[in-house]
Design a protein around this ligand. Structure first.
Ligand code: URA
Length: 211
């Protein structure tokens, strides 16, 4: 299966991403920009949502109007903690979506990804997942999160991030070629600590002001 990578080149997204990358951007501004970009990414990711029609009454007459098909049930699953920033933006656009959380950390000695939190809606098998994390660096966390989700068999999984390193994309798609990736940009390097270059630093620290 050919892996799908969608790089969303919309000028508003690219402009906001540049503002986020700047080292001098404040926590408040970073948070606001992440919310705004996430809404714009969500617009692209949901382009193919199915519609049905229903008869409605306008103030003047009635008409057959398009409305989202109810069987397309979504769940946004945030990889903690930086995923929260994308989650908040997407929820502004899709307030009825359900929410799940996955907490993962990398053991500093063994480098194994360890799960410390997992909570998703009980009817996950009927839902389409938007899995969100601003950064895909090595791809280890993304792969571990998708592995875990596949154990409980949601209807589909799409991965939404802001920045992905080529290495991380390769790893994700080597393991999960069926998971389409939506990103605002692809950077081609990682430093020796696994940070994306040129990147934007630690997305969680910048979002929560814990730098
Ligand atoms: N996670 C981040 O927050 N930043 C990186 O550059 C890599 C992983």
């Amino acid at each position: 299966m050919a892996a799908q990578v969608h790089t969303i080149g919309h000028p508003l997204i690219q402009h906001k991403l540049t503002l986020m990358r700047r080292a001098e951007t404040s926590t408040a501004k970073f948070r606001a920009l992440l919310r705004e970009i996430s809404m714009l990414l969500a617009y692209e990711v949901t382009r193919d949502l199915p519609l049905k029609t229903e008869i409605i009454q306008t103030p003047l007459t009635h008409m057959e109007a398009p409305i989202l098909a109810p069987e397309k049930k979504m769940v946004i699953i945030s990889i903690m903690r930086a995923g929260q920033g994308i989650l908040d933006g997407i929820l502004e656009l899709i307030p009825s979506a359900r929410v799940g959380h996955i907490g993962l950390y990398r053991d500093p000695r063994s480098h194994v990804v360890v799960e410390y939190y997992f909570k998703v809606p009980h009817d996950i098998t009927e839902r389409d997942v938007l899995l969100v994390d601003p950064m895909i660096a090595t791809g280890n966390t993304a792969v571990a999160a998708v592995n875990r989700l596949k154990q409980i068999q949601p209807r589909s999984i799409r991965f939404v991030c802001l920045l992905a390193a080529s290495e991380g994309i390769e790893q994700l798609h080597a393991e999960h070629p069926d998971v389409p990736l939506y990103t605002a940009a692809i950077d081609d390097k990682l430093d020796e600590h696994g940070y994306i270059l040129p990147g934007m630093g630690d997305a969680g620290d910048r979002l929560f002001g814990t730098r």
